[in-house]
Each structure stands twice: as C-alpha cells, then as structure tokens.
Design a protein around this ligand. Structure first.
Ligand SMILES: [Zn+2]
Ligand SMILES: [Zn+2]
Length: 332
C-alpha cells in the first residue's frame, strides 16, 4: 500500500514524510482492516512530525481522523461487517486495567496508545484497529465532511463540556482553526454567545460568518467579561492573556496537546476563583457523545483538500496559518 511515512522528526520545510510502498497490515483477532477514503490532518500531526512531541513508534504513519470502509475482518469481530463505514480517532487502545481506566477516565490511561503516534495511522491506503476503538459515523455527513469531526470536533466538544457552560453564557475561543470553526457551531446551536480572538484576518472573517458575537485581536476590548474560554492556539502567552478576559469564577480550558511555556503571571489573574485547566485526549464515551450531537444537526465543516502525497504541504500550511477551517487528505 502507499503511505506517507515519518522516519525522522524534522521541520516540515524538509519534507519529512516520505511516500512509500509498504506491506498492507493484516488485522489480528478482534481487529478490522479499513480501506481509507479520507484522513484529516491536525496540529497534533504537525507536533509529531516536527518533534514538539517526543517520538514514540518510529517509523510511523501519522493521521488520526480516519474515515473508510471495513475491508477485512480479523477473527471474532462482532461489531462490524465488511463494507461498513467507520471512523478511527486519536484514542487507539487503552489497557482497561489501570486506575484511570477502572475509574472511567480512560483518556488518562497509563498505557494508552494513540493513532498515528503509537500505532500507524491514516496517511495511508489501509490501517488496522480493534473493533472496540472504531465508530459508526452519522449518516448525514460525507466522508470529507465527517473526517475533521473525529479529532477537531471531538476535542473541541470535550473542551466545551469542561467549561461547564450549558445553554447560556459568554464563551471565548482563542485561535480559530479546525477545532474552533466546528465548535463555534455547536456552541451557538446550544445558545451560547461566542467571542473569537485570532491573529489572522481570514480566521476572524470565518468566525464572523459562522455567527460569532464579537471577533478581534487579543489586545482589543471585548466590552465584556467571559464566563469561559477555550484556547486552541499552542501559545503559553495566549493562555495567560486569555485569563485577563475572564469574569470572576471563570474557566479557561486549553485544548492543545502542546503549548509553548507559560510566562510568569500575577496571582490576581487566577485569584477571584478563576480556573486554568486542560483536556487530555478523550474517552470512547466522549467520542460517542459528540457523534450523537453531530447527528442531531448539520455541522458545516470547511475543508481544504490535499492528495496523500502532498501531506507535507498540508501540514506546512497548517503550521503557517495559510488555511482556514480543516485540512483533509484524499486517499482514494
Ligand atoms: Zn488504562
Ligand atoms: Zn488531532
């Protein structure tokens, strides 16, 4: 099969992903082999390729927003049959035995494996996964539309849940890439007022067109204080700046897997019961909860399409904020 393989972490400018012809993986017991149609590309892939995240499996095929069809069944697969459409997100496997797994927090599993990091992912024609970590997808989306929901959507929704806001309140989104452009639609659907901060005019324009109450730069006056904020941009400075926009008792959730170091800050930024926290991955239950929300109304994902062989360019454009919305690779 054709795959974009990472053999050594290095800057995207060096084209680190190499197009190779490698053996097609065989499904083991309880695993399915998926013929991939679309794989989303996300900022986490960028951090894996460039080395902000330490190497795990190497060489590795990145990609963790996989949409395809079941093409081969391992022994004792019960949940899926041939030709079923499935999605594979970031969480690839958990141990089921550690304290976190037993407490229903498998996102924090001590022995978790992640797609496209600990196991080969979706920048390829085929991949294998346990049937327990693959998902049926809502029928109201094409493969192109649904792929970005599998990480950008799922993580954004989990961050939104973590803010505690239900159906009213002022929510800030800091950075407006793939995840934010999905989650603004969910937040507005729920009844929240959304305030969007970005450095990029293209992103602010998109936010406005999707119904943001206010858009602007971090130094601009919002004219109000936020109940909660989600920070998507991988910037420690922005995390601290976002605290200044919060009302007393508010919460900032960092949705990223990586951020630059946080500068020192004055205690008053968190003192009136403000909270700064993060979300780390998601459980299978979280994925199912978001897919249910996505099935209830149509989230309009804006996608930028690339061919598999152009995966380096796709990630480079995310790095340089050249695109707005989500990025996908067309595999078939
Ligand atoms: Zn575990
Ligand atoms: Zn991701």
């Amino acid at each position: 099969m054709r795959a974009m393989v990472l053999e050594k972490q290095q800057p995207l400018e060096n084209d680190p992903l190499i197009l190779k012809d490698i053996p097609t993986p065989e499904p083991k017991e309880k695993e399915i082999r998926v013929k991939i149609a679309i794989c989303g590309a996300c900022r986490t892939d960028l951090h894996i390729v460039e080395g902000e995240l330490p190497p795990h499996k190497m060489p590795v095929i990145p990609g963790h927003q996989i949409v395809g069809k079941v093409e081969k069944l391992g022994k004792n697969v019960r949940k899926f049959k041939l030709n079923d459409r499935v999605g594979i997100p970031w969480l690839y496997k958990t141990c089921g035995k550690c304290t976190y797994c037993r407490a229903g927090k498998e996102n924090l599993c001590e022995n978790a494996m992640f797609t496209g990091y600990d196991a080969d992912g979706g920048f390829a024609e085929y991949t294998v996964v346990s049937e327990d970590f693959a998902y049926s997808l809502p029928g109201n989306y094409t493969a192109r539309e649904v792929a970005p929901l599998l990480c950008a959507g799922v993580i954004g929704y989990q961050a939104l849940q973590k803010t505690g806001l239900k159906n009213q309140g002022k929510l800030g989104l800091f950075g407006f890439g793939s995840s934010a452009h999905i989650i603004i639609q969910v937040a507005i659907h729920l009844g929240l007022d959304v305030y969007v901060v970005s450095r990029t005019q293209k992103e602010l324009d998109l936010a406005q067109s999707l119904g943001a109450q206010w858009v602007g730069r971090i130094d601009d006056d919002m004219g109000t204080k936020l109940d909660a904020g989600i920070v998507f941009a991988p910037s420690g400075e922005l995390l601290i700046e976002s605290l200044k926009k919060l009302d007393k008792g508010g919460i900032i959730v960092s949705a990223g897997i990586y951020t630059t170091p946080l500068p020192g800050f004055d205690y008053s930024l968190i003192y009136p019961e403000k909270c700064l926290t993060s979300i780390a991955h998601t459980t299978r239950e979280n994925v199912l909860a978001f897919l249910k929300v996505a099935s209830e109304f149509k989230i309009k994902t804006r996608v930028n399409e690339y061919k598999l062989k152009d995966a380096n360019q796709a990630l480079l454009n995310i790095k340089n904020s050249k695109i707005s919305g989500s990025t996908i690779l067309i595999i078939e």
